[in-house]
Design a protein around this ligand. Structure first.
Ligand code: G4P
Length: 540
C-alpha cells in the first residue's frame, strides 16, 4: 500500500475529540463509561466510587489527586468499533479555562456534558463560545436524568438560547427523576428502558416502529405513553430530520439524554459519535492550509506536562499530528529552534499507562519526552517552516508579584521558566522596577505554582497581590507614540518571556483611556498577534 493510501485509510478511522463541561456535570463519569465500553479499562459494573473514578484514569498529577479537581487535561486513546479514538479530557474548573481552550485547538469535535438539574452553567457557556468561534462540531449529552431536573423542553430551549446553537434532540426522555422510564430514540424508533444502576441490556431495548402501538403503553404505562406521543408529535413538527452537514459545520448540536452514572444513554452517544463525528481535517498555518493526507509530516505541541516522574524531571509534550506519518527515531524539524530532533520513545496514552508507539497518523495525540526544547505552539515538520495558528497565550486577569529570597533563587527561576513554558502562568518583568509579575487567568493557578515550586524544585516563594486589571501586548507602527506611552507609563510597562512589550492597566477605564489617547497603538489580548481569536475575557 502506498503512503497516500495508508494515510487515507488511517485518517478515515481516527476520531479526536474533547469532553467538556462545567465541573460536576459528569464529565469524568462519562469518560470512564466510554472507556469501559471500549474495553480500555476493566472495572466491573458501574463506577460508583468517586475515589476509584478519580484515581484510576485521568489523574496525572498529585495535586489533582489531592484536590479532586481535574487540574490538567489528560489524553486517552482507545479503539471502539474499529475507530481509533483519541479522547482529550479537559479541566472543568474555570481557572484552567486557558488549558481547556488550548486543548480545543487539538481536537476535531467535542462532546459537551450538561447537568439536567442545573441546566446551562457559566463555564458551559464560555466553552461553547470557544467551540462556536472555531466552528467545532458539538454533540450534547444531557446527564443525570435519574434526578429531578428541568423539563426537557425548557432544557433544550435554554441550551439553544444560552449556547446560541441549534439543538437537535436525537432521543427524548420519558419522565425523569424517580419516575424516569427511559428514552425514545427518534432515529432507531426504539425505546430504551431505564433500570437504575444496570445500564441497558438487549432486553431493555424495545423496537417501537409505530409510536401509536399498544406496546408502548405496556412498557411505560398509559399516562407516560400518552405524554411521549404528545411530545413526539410536537417535536417532529419542530425539528424534522437530523442534518449532518449542519452538525459538521458547527451550526447544529445533536443532543442525547441519559445518565452517565447509570450507564444509560452512553453507548448510543458513543455510537452516534463514531458515526457522525468528523475525521481529522485540514488545519491552517501562518502560511498555508495543511491537508491531513499530505505525505509530509507536520503537527504541533498544545500542552506540556512536567515531571510526571519526580525522579527523572522529564517533561512530556502533548503533540497533535496534523499531516503525514510520524515515525519513531526519525529526525524532524523543530521549526522555532531550527533544529532536527528525533524521538526514541513517543508514547500513546491510557491515563497513566503509556505505550511506546512506532508510528502515528493525523488526529493522533502522542507524548514526546522533552528535555526542555518545547513550548506550547511549537511545530515539528519534515522540513517546511510551518507554524499552526490559534494556540495563543491569553491576556492574564489575575496578577501577583513573585517575591523570593536569595536562597534557591536558581531553582526558583528554573521552576518558573518551566511552568511558563507549560502555559500554567505567564511571567512578566516590569521595565522600571525589575519586579517579577506572574499573571494567570485564575487564582487557583497560584496555589498550583506554589505547590509545584515547593515539591518539584524545593523553592519557596510568596505572592503579593497586585491591583492590575489586565495586561495587553502592545505594538505600533508609530514609533513616536510607542516611545511616548512607554515613557509616560513607565511604571506600568513590562516585558513577557519573549521580550514583547506588555502594557498593564489598573482598570477597564484606564485601558480605554489609553487606547483612545494612543490611537496608533494596537492593544492585543492574546500573544498570538496574528491570530484572529478574541481574548479569553471577551468570551462572555
Ligand atoms: P465532572 O468530571 O464533570 O466534574 O463530574 P463527575 O463525573 O466527577 O461527576 C460529578 C458528580 O455527579 C459525581 O458525584 C457523580 O457520581 C455524579 N454523577 C455523574 N453522572 C450522574 C448521573 O447520571 N446521575 C447522578 N445522579 N449523578 C451523576 P459525587 O457525589 O461528586 O461523587 P460520588 O461519590 O457520587 O462518585
Amino acid at each position: 500500500m502506498s503512503l497516500q493510501e495508508t494515510l487515507k485509510e488511517e485518517i478515515a478511522k481516527r476520531r479526536t475529540f474533547a469532553i467538556i463541561s462545567h465541573p460536576d456535570a459528569g464529565k469524568t463519569t462519562l469518560t470512564e463509561k466510554f472507556l469501559l465500553f471500549a474495553g480500555a479499562i476493566q472495572i466491573a459494573g458501574a463506577v460508583k466510587s468517586r475515589k476509584i473514578t478519580k484515581t484510576t484514569v485521568s489523574d496525572f498529577m498529585e495535586i489533582e489527586r489531592q484536590r479532586g479537581i481535574s487540574v490538567a487535561s489528560a489524553v486517552m486513546s482507545f479503539i471502539y468499533r474499529g475507530f481509533n479514538i483519541n479522547l482529550l479530557d479537559t479541566p472543568g474548573h474555570k481557572d484552567f479555562a486557558e488549558d481547556t481552550y488550548r486543548t480545543l485547538t487539538a481536537v476535531d469535535s467535542v462532546i459537551l456534558v450538561v447537568d439536567s438539574v442545573k441546566g446551562v452553567e457559566e463555564q458551559t457557556e464560555k466553552l461553547m463560545n470557544v467551540c462556536r468561534m472555531r466552528k467545532t462540531p458539538v454533540i450534547i449529552f444531557i446527564n443525570k436524568l435519574d434526578r429531578e431536573g428541568t423539563s426537557p423542553f425548557d432544557l433544550v430551549d435554554e441550551l439553544e438560547k444560552k449556547l446560541n446553537i441549534h439543538v437537535h434532540p436525537m432521543s427524548w426522555p420519558i419522565s425523569r427523576g424517580s419516575s424516569f422510564k427511559g428514552v425514545y430514540s427518534f432515529h432507531e424508533k426504539n425505546l430504551h428502558l431505564f433500570r437504575p444502576n444496570q445500564g441497558v441490556s438487549d432486553d431493555d431495548i424495545v423496537a417501537i416502529p409505530d409510536i401509536a402501538s399498544d406496546e408502548l403503553d405496556a412498557r411505560v404505562g398509559n399516562e407516560y405513553a400518552r405524554q411521549l406521543r404528545d411530545d413526539v408529535d410536537l417535536l417532529s413538527g419542530v425539528y424534522g430530520t437530523f442534518d449532518k452537514d449542519k452538525y459538521l459545520a458547527g451550526d447544529l448540536a445533536p443532543a442525547f439524554f441519559g445518565s452517565a452514572l447509570n450507564n444509560f444513554g452512553v453507548r448510543e452517544t458513543l455510537d452516534a459519535f463514531v458515526e457522525i463525528a468528523p475525521p481529522p481535517g485540514a488545519r491552517m498555518t501562518e502560511t498555508r492550509m495543511v491537508a491531513p493526507d499530505e505525505e509530509k509530516f507536520s503537527g504541533f505541541v498544545f500542552k506540556i506536562h512536567a515531571n510526571l516522574d519526580l525522579r527523572h524531571r522529564d517533561r512530556i509534550a502533548f503533540f497533535r499530528v496534523c499531516s503525514g506519518r510520524f515515525e519513531r527515531n526519525q529526525f524532524y524539524k523543530h521549526v522555532r529552534l531550527d533544529t532536527q530532533l528525533r524521538f526514541a520513545n513517543p508514547a500513546s496514552f491510557l491515563g497513566q499507562q503509556k505505550d511506546v508507539i512506532d508510528e502515528a497518523f493525523p488526529g493522533d495525540v502522542i507524548g514526546l519526552f522533552d528535555k526542555g526544547n518545547f513550548k506550547i505552539g511549537d511545530t515539528l515538520t519534515d522540513g517546511e517552516n510551518l507554524s499552526f495558528k490559534g494556540i495563543p497565550s491569553f491576556s492574564p486577569e489575575v496578577f501577583m508579584e513573585l517575591v523570593h529570597g536569595a536562597e534557591k533563587a536558581k531553582q526558583l527561576e528554573k521552576g518558573i521558566k518551566q511552568l511558563t513554558d507549560e502555559g500554567v502562568a505567564q511571567l512578566f518583568l516590569m521595565a522600571h522596577s525589575r519586579r517579577k509579575v506572574v499573571g494567570t487567568v485564575g487564582m487557583l493557578q497560584f496555589e498550583v505554582i506554589k505547590y509545584r515550586l515547593e515539591h518539584e524544585y524545593g523553592a519557596q516563594c510568596r505572592f503579593d497581590p497586585l491591583k492590575f486589571y489586565k495586561a495587553c501586548w502592545i505594538t505600533s507602527t508609530n514609533e513616536a507614540q510607542f516611545q511616548d506611552i512607554c515613557r509616560f507609563r513607565s511604571g506600568y510597562i513590562g516585558t513577557d518571556k519573549d521580550d514583547n512589550t506588555v502594557f498593564f492597566a489598573e482598570s477597564e477605564w484606564m485601558l480605554n483611556y489609553y487606547r483612545e489617547r494612543y490611537p496608533d497603538i494596537v492593544f492585543h489580548f492574546t500573544s498570538d498577534f496574528k491570530s484572529d481569536l478574541p481574548a479569553l475575557s471577551s468570551i462572555k
